[in-house]
Design a protein around this ligand. Structure first.
Ligand code: RIB
Ligand code: CA
Length: 348
């Protein structure tokens, strides 16, 4: 009969083995949380970069409503993993609605369809055969982190609903997360810090302000990648043509998703929000950041979802925590990395 200590040791060894079974034993184990949709979304290009980067070991992907509905995020990411020949990566479905924020005429008339209950459109090449795992995103995130304390980095590229649920579900969770990379927020006190959905609010934080505030105040070591650094990128048609100059299943997907958009509007410039967040984990020297206290407004008023940062805590922000706030980017080196990884053979 195994003794409790032996059972604990056995489970720990299994947990570590699942982390160590990485493409590269020195790679960073991550959970990739995303409001995914197929290209041209930045989530899709960020996942391509993560999949093609040996520095990262994607333990699991969790989906959340944001750019599109939860169903679309899940349906598209399952199909993307088939195209990228990575059906080994498990997918866990998360929150279909923010913690509190509910549909409004403003939400319906602006960008995004997080509230939609329409069936997901058929992804390129048809609906995926790969299925989701039988565990919710928040439970998966909580249990994976608790089983591997201090080991796992979470990359959150959509509204922070899943992360906030994991924080609320278990008081031990936050202190066991190694690091949390977040694409979100806009810091008006730094250059290029206006909002992109309301005058001062960034989309991910605005979809779920309550989740953003809970997450930013959780004590998890955070690397914030706000619009300030996103706006130092500019994916133009020229850059697109460099990207797709080498044929791979991923660049073929880019042609399907981005090609027609550049045909329709040759002068369009796409910001690379989520790709920068992933790249800053792969090579921190690509970004410039500064330590700031950051808080989020969750009052249902003109500043709902607005993030504010300062060098010290200010009245009303008591409890806010310090974090790295990215505000500048080495654009040429970033694009050199992105294009090189994108053009490599799959799982090279
Ligand atoms: O504001 C930009 C963010 O909102 C990006 O993560 C984009 O994918 C959307 O989720
Ligand atoms: Ca996103």
């Amino acid at each position: 009969m195994k003794q409790p200590f032996q059972i604990l040791l056995y489970c720990s060894l299994i947990g570590l083995a699942s982390l160590a079974s990485a493409q590269n034993h020195n790679s960073i184990p991550i959970i990739f949380d995303t409001d995914f949709a197929m290209p041209p979304t930045d989530d899709a290009l960020a996942l391509m970069l993560a999949l093609q980067s040996p520095e990262l070991n994607i333990l699991g992907i969790t989906t959340v409503a944001g750019n599109s509905s939860l169903e679309r995020a899940t349906s598209d990411v399952l199909r993307m993993l088939e195209i990228a020949e990575r059906i080994d990566i498990p997918v866990y479905e998360g929150a279909d609605l923010p913690l509190v924020h509910r549909i409004s005429n403003f939400a319906v008339n602006k960008y995004g369809s997080w509230y939609s209950d329409a069936p997901p459109p058929e992804p390129y090449g048809g609906y995926a055969k790969k299925k989701i795992e039988n565990q919710s995103a928040a439970v998966y995130i909580e249990k994976k982190v608790l089983a591997n304390p201090g080991e796992i980095t979470i990359v959150a590229l959509g509204p922070l609903t899943n992360i906030a649920q994991a924080i609320q579900n278990n008081p031990d969770f936050a202190k066991k997360v190694k690091r949390l990379f977040i694409m979100g927020g806009a810091i008006a006190s730094l250059p290029d810090g206006s909002g992109n959905i309301t005058p001062n609010a960034e989309y991910n934080f605005w979809v779920d302000p309550e989740a953003a505030r809970i997450t930013l105040r959780s004590g998890i070591p955070i690397e914030l990648s706000p619009l300030n650094v996103s706006r130092k990128s500019a994916l133009t048609r020229d850059w697109y043509e460099k990207m797709v100059a080498v044929k791979t299943p991923l660049t073929d997907l880019l042609k399907i998703g981005l090609g027609p958009r550049f045909k329709e509007d040759p002068d369009r410039v796409w910001l690379m929000y989520d790709q920068i967040t992933i790249a800053s984990l792969i090579d921190p020297s690509l970004v410039v950041s500064k330590k700031m206290y950051v808080d989020v407004n969750d009052n249902h008023d003109i500043s709902y979802g607005v993030s504010i940062a300062g060098s010290e805590v200010w009245p009303g922000a008591e409890g806010a925590q310090k974090m790295n706030v990215q505000y500048d980017l080495d654009w040429p080196r970033f694009m050199q990395l992105f294009i090189k990884r994108l053009q490599q053979p799959l799982n090279d």
